[in-house]
Design a protein around this ligand. Structure first.
Ligand code: F6P
Length: 549
């Protein structure tokens, strides 16, 4: 179905012309109960969506759009383990990773719940052994540093949760996360590490990703060069992968290989054995609380009616901003240093899931799909890119994430943080009109002429939408619920755009071309003359600089 050819889509386009004449501040002036009407609580999160350019009629249209896209049926298919990832003929069952033990859930004859909990128990045992200093390296000393090697979903999710839950981190273990094949990152860590106490976790669903394998080879050689006997190297290596043969061939002992399944997408895998570093660094109870928070959001998403369904609301509001109000991008701005990596995880989650241009049946999509998702910690952004948000020519939809309580005391500074977050949402909405600016400048003693010259430079457009997601404090449960909220939001948007959110064919060609160029960079004679002159010109610079010609 071409969703843009439906009547409801055209009704929304028509409705947009009506809404475009509305002013957010007037919508608030006209409805003292607007905040209460357009906010929702679920799973420890509070969503204030009143600062969107919407009316009840807008929401009714959007809910009708969801019905037209058969969102409820798609949701049922997802949770029943249907092969919703149609191009790879796979289910997408990241939700099953957080189902409680004993909840019977079998798909195509496999008892998924038992598989998940058998692995969770094995992860807990491994983590306890390390946390209790019973995992010994080759010299008989307990490991004290865990270096996780992984990229994309094998890195961003675990890293984002690790930083967000800084208050729960083990102080006895050094936990490191390395993704880039740029050897300067891992090299810096190794130069300050002792092999006898260092354990590497290689997280790669395919066990083919060259960045991760490149780092894994550096790590393995470093262990050997540091005096670890070949026959003892296995006590310093763990693998998390769907490709156990490749892990074994690399030298990881069978008992140190944890499974990843093809029914969990990489960017949805932090809840799986890819989260092993979290179990080690945070402890099994906190990891289970993280899963519980996500499970609560799963249940909410699976059961709540659209008008009181947080993922569906966020998804529809995003469609309204992205596809109708013309937002160029979407910013996620957590007002929390600990949550600074969350936007990067959501970037992959959203852009790798919905950065598509054909529908599930291969037809062209005739509207924008995933927005450009970006973000960063507040208040830092106010001193970096908020200028564009307030006075730029581009429209950006914004999700603020706000914590009511600091996990470190210092209440005065935390109150300032909250005030800053609330100020930004307010200014995005109210703006600053030229007439008010002139009056303020002249009241302050500036001449009328000077005030009129300066005022246009100080005008703030305003009428910009934003959501504010509030949590009392950062806990494993609220972090789990937050990430699951976005996972389901992204799923809902994919259904409305009629796309497959669970494959990522777009990244495959780059990997092939990279390998071809890498081979050509082994020797000038290997260069392919068919390459464009930019590629060959740049390779020639490499050869010249490295004195290979
Ligand atoms: O970017 C492509 C991708 O396949 C991601 O989807 C995935 O999270 C990442 O690379 C790492 O893949 P793997 O876990 O197989 O190393």
């Amino acid at each position: 179905m071409d969703i843009t050819a439906t009547r409801i889509w055209k009704d929304l386009q028509q409705h947009k012309t009506v809404i475009s004449s509305k002013v957010l501040t007037q919508l608030f002036d006209g409805d003292p109960g607007r905040f209460d009407s357009f906010s929702l609580e679920a799973c420890g999160l509070f969503l204030d969506y009143s600062r969107n350019l919407i009316t009840d009629e807008t929401l009714d249209f959007l809910f009708e759009l969801a019905q037209k896209a058969r969102l409820a049926e798609a949701r049922r298919d997802l949770f029943s383990g249907k092969r919703v990832n149609n191009t790879e003929s796979r289910p997408a069952m990241h939700f099953a990773l957080r189902n409680p033990a004993g909840e019977s859930f079998s798909v195509e004859g496999t008892d998924i719940n038992s598989l998940v909990h058998k692995t969770l128990d094995a992860m807990a045992q491994c983590a306890d052994k390390i946390r209790n200093e019973q995992w010994l390296g080759y010299s008989g000393k307990p490991v004290k540093q865990v270096v996780t090697l992984g990229i994309g979903g094998s890195y961003l999710g675990p890293k984002a949760v690790w930083e967000a839950l800084q208050a729960y981190q083990s102080t006895a273990l050094k936990m490191r996360f390395v993704a880039n094949v740029d050897p300067s990152h891992l090299g810096k860590i190794l130069s300050a590490s002792a092999a006898k106490e260092t354990l590497f976790i290689i997280v790669s669903k395919s066990f083919k990703t060259h960045e991760t394998l490149g780092n894994a080879h550096i790590a393995r050689q470093w262990l050997l060069d540091s005096g670890v006997p070949l026959q003892s190297i296995a006590s310093h290596l763990i693998a998390v992968t769907a490709n156990t043969d490749a892990a074994r061939e690399f030298g990881v002992e069978e008992s140190n290989i944890f499974p990843m399944w093809d029914w969990v997408g990489g960017r949805y895998s932090l809840w799986s054995a890819a989260g092993l570093p979290l179990v080690i660094g945070l402890g099994k109870d906190n990891f289970r609380s993280l899963l519980a928070g996500a499970h609560a959001m799963d249940q909410h998403f699976a059961s709540a009616d659209a008008p009181v369904n947080m993922p569906i609301l966020l998804a529809l509001l995003g469609i309204w901003c992205n596809n109708f109000l013309g937002a160029d991008s979407h910013a996620v701005l957590p007002y929390s240093h600990a949550m600074r990596v969350i936007p990067a995880h959501l970037q992959q989650l959203d852009m790798e899931s919905n950065g598509k241009s054909v529908t599930r049946d291969g037809s062209p999509v005739n509207t924008a799909t995933s927005p450009i998702v970006w973000g960063g910690e507040g208040t830092n952004g106010q001193h970096a890119y908020h200028q564009l948000l307030h006075q730029g020519k581009r429209h950006v939809s914004v999700d603020f994430i706000l914590l009511l309580k600091s996990d470190k005391g210092y209440e005065e500074q935390h109150t300032q943080l909250i005030a800053d977050c609330l100020s930004q949402g307010k200014v995005l909405m109210t703006g600053h009109a030229e007439a008010d600016i002139i009056r303020e400048l002249t009241n302050a003693g500036m001449s009328d002429k000077e005030a009129k010259e300066l005022a246009p430079h100080k005008v703030i457009r305003g009428n910009n939408p934003s959501n504010t997601i509030v949590m009392e404090r950062i806990t494993p449960e609220t972090v789990g619920a937050l990430i699951a909220l976005y996972e389901h939001k992204i799923f809902c948007q994919g259904i409305i755009w009629q796309i497959n959110s669970f494959d990522q064919w777009g990244v495959e060609l780059g990997k092939v071309i990279s390998e071809e160029i890498y081979q050509q960079m082994q020797h000038p004679d290997q260069i392919n003359p068919q390459n464009d002159s930019s590629t060959n010109g740049l390779i020639a610079k490499y050869f010249k600089y490295n004195k290979l010609t």
